[in-house]
Design a binder for this molecule. Sequence first.
Ligand SMILES: CC(C)(COP(=O)(O)OP(=O)(O)OC[C@H]1O[C@@H](n2cnc3c(N)ncnc32)[C@H](O)[C@@H]1OP(=O)(O)O)[C@@H](O)C(=O)NCCC(=O)NCCS
Length: 186
Amino acid sequence: MPAPLPEIRTARLDVRLARPGMQAAMAKFLRDNFDGHLDRWSPPAAPGFFTESFWRERLEIAVEEFQAGRAARFVLQQGPEGGAILGTCNYTNIVRGPFLACYLGYQVARDREGGGLMAEALRATNEFMFNVMRVHRIMANYRPENARSARLAREYLFIDGAWRDHVLTALTHPSFDPSWIEPAGR
Ligand SMILES: CC(C)(COP(=O)(O)OP(=O)(O)OC[C@H]1O[C@@H](n2cnc3c(N)ncnc32)[C@H](O)[C@@H]1OP(=O)(O)O)[C@@H](O)C(=O)NCCC(=O)NCCS
């Protein structure tokens, strides 16, 4: 039987797994917040990124990915499932086996920044990822100049049961062509 789609009530939020039916709210969230806010820290918008039809398909995929244990994409709402979306937090690339890790990305509406909503949501969703999805490590990457993201990541990401230093080494393509990047929705 497919796993039920999580819904977590926090003090001020209804945090729900993203699902079909939310396409209008997702498209509106991005139309209202991409230019001049999310665009500074995001990959380029994919074609159709601000439309309901794009999100109808993406939300179906989001549920499939959740049920396959590959990702858990959450939306922040206040009130019913059909209502406005105030932000999203996405746990993606869940790797099982001995690594048991995933990546986290987050974004909040420009007019709700600085209100502690994302921190509140992450407390709940991180607990879900640890206790229900049973990942061991949640990782976030941010640009060093993204001070708000850095504050959140340092305060609310708990890596491997404690704060630890890591050394990440990466080999990058010496002649990578940026045109190879496929614009992707979050
Ligand atoms: C990154 C991002 C999600 C951070 O959002 P945020 O609103 O600053 O984060 P929080 O929810 O933790 O809010 C914390 C702030 O709210 C304040 N706050 C107000 N009321 C609060 C409350 N009840 N509880 C907790 N904090 C509260 C805190 O003091 C803190 O303020 P400060 O930033 O001046 O120190 C947001 O800036 C964003 O969406 N940016 C664009 C997208 C982006 O950069 N994503 C990350 C890419 S790596």
